[in-house]
Design a binder for this molecule. Structure first.
Ligand SMILES: *Cc1c(COP(=O)(O)O)cnc(C)c1O
Length: 394
């Protein structure tokens, strides 16, 4: 038998040959519009810190105070050694923010998806997923053992087909859960939530929406896309992360009191995992307060000014980008090496943008993924557009 190291090296060589090898790039600076790496400064268009809160004084201060009061670590899972006050304060803030009865937080958004989906769906149940949902939802769906059906991205007719199939094939007492996202993480477009709500009601299914990229930036006070479209109350399971626009770390599920009590009892990624650090909860609560404040409103306006500036700049440069629903603008280049080369050329010009490749997106759909922050200046975006004009993106 070959050694583990030999086998892994063979696989890594294959990944390199296919331009799919990934490596970590060390960064030596705090989050913000710029980052320092390898002794150089880059303009940063790669973060999901859309409101620029990760390095914002009020969030840092909240984290520091929580460390002083509650220490560096939580010590155990929340059901074992008591549930620290900062988590309760955060969950009350989240439920009020999302206007749901209750909320539960997890160590990450990934853990929230894993815990909630496997708690809600078992072998007899049916999960219907948009083709482009995040990997954590795909992994959770597989782990649940439920029957899976995938509908073409944002395709209501195909979703209805799958709901019809489920209506005929669901065993008595089995449930059907449709899962989609608010804003899609790699394409930047929005789900037609009103129509999806109408369909799931018609076919007696439940709906879960992952608002990882919409929370904080869309809807009144940043409540998200479901709020903006007025369908928040019709969505049984609202999920998201505290690690993107809200500037901290962690994942959440918002919904009915019954849902949250059930997850406390059944969500294995919640039950069998040490509580996150209290500082993360305190920072996230400060992020939610900030998102709802006048400062949050100003930051959202600034963010959308920058996004609009970029999209018009791209058009002038002869590039076609889909008009984004949020702060993610993909520029699809196709072959993996094209995206890698473009990202490297941009780095040469002091601009940091990720080349997104398989398995994050389909093979041959590699892209540059630009994300924006309220901290970017008009000059930053101007520099980015100018750098793109010098690349031959074909
Ligand atoms: C980032 C992301 C997650 C995972 O959240 P984390 O808190 O980073 O684990 C889940 N869903 C979507 C759509 C995401 O983009």
């Amino acid at each position: 038998m070959s050694s583990l190291v030999d086998i892994l090296n063979q696989r890594l060589t294959t990944a390199r040959e296919q331009n799919l090898f990934r490596e970590l790039r060390r960064v030596d600076s705090a989050p913000g519009r710029q980052l320092r790496s390898g002794g150089r400064a880059f303009l940063n268009f790669s973060a999901n810190d859309y409101l620029g809160l990760a390095g914002y004084p009020a969030l840092k201060e909240a984290a520091i105070q929580a460390v002083e009061k509650f220490g560096a670590g939580a010590g155990a899972s929340r059901l074992i050694s008591g549930s620290l006050a900062p988590f309760h304060e955060l969950e009350e803030a989240l439920a009020a923010f999302k206007r749901t009865e209750a909320a539960l937080t997890f160590a990450t958004g990934y853990a929230a998806a894993l815990g909630a989906i496997t708690a809600l769906a078992g072998r007899d149940d049916i999960l219907i997923l948009d083709k482009l949902v995040h990997a954590c939802i795909v992994d959770a769906a597989r782990l649940s053992g439920a029957k899976l059906r995938i509908f073409a991205h944002n395709d209501l007719e195909d979703l209805e087909d799958k709901l019809r199939w489920a209506e005929i094939n669901r065993p008595a007492g089995a449930s059907v859960l449709v899962i989609t996202e608010g804003i899609f993480s790699m394409d930047g477009d929005a789900a037609p939530l009103r129509e999806i709500v109408e369909l799931k009601n018609r076919y007696d299914a439940w709906l879960m929406v992952d608002e990882a990229h919409a929370t904080g930036i869309l809807g009144k006070n940043g409540r998200g896309l479901a709020d903006e479209l007025g369908v928040s109350r019709e969505i049984e399971v609202q999920m998201g992360t505290l690690g993107k626009a809200l500037g901290a770390s962690g994942g959440y599920i918002c919904g009915s009191r019954a849902l949250i009590d059930y997850l406390v009892n059944r969500a294995r990624s919640f039950i069998f995992s040490t509580a996150p650090v209290p500082a993360a909860a305190a920072a996230a609560a400060a992020g939610i307060r900030l998102a709802q404040s006048p400062e949050g409103g100003q930051r959202r306006r600034k963010l959308f000014d920058r996004i609009n500036q970029f999209v018009s700049g791209l058009k002038e440069a002869g590039q076609t980008a889909m008009h984004p629903a949020g702060a993610i603008v993909p520029l699809i280049l196709g072959r993996e090496n094209l995206a890698l080369t473009a990202a490297a050329r941009l780095r040469d010009q002091g601009i940091y943008v990720p080349a997104i490749r398989y398995p994050t997106v389909a093979r041959g759909a590699a892209r540059l993924r630009f994300t924006f922050s309220a901290d970017h200046t008009a000059g930053d975006v101007g520099e980015l557009v100018k750098a793109l004009e010098t690349l031959e993106l074909k």
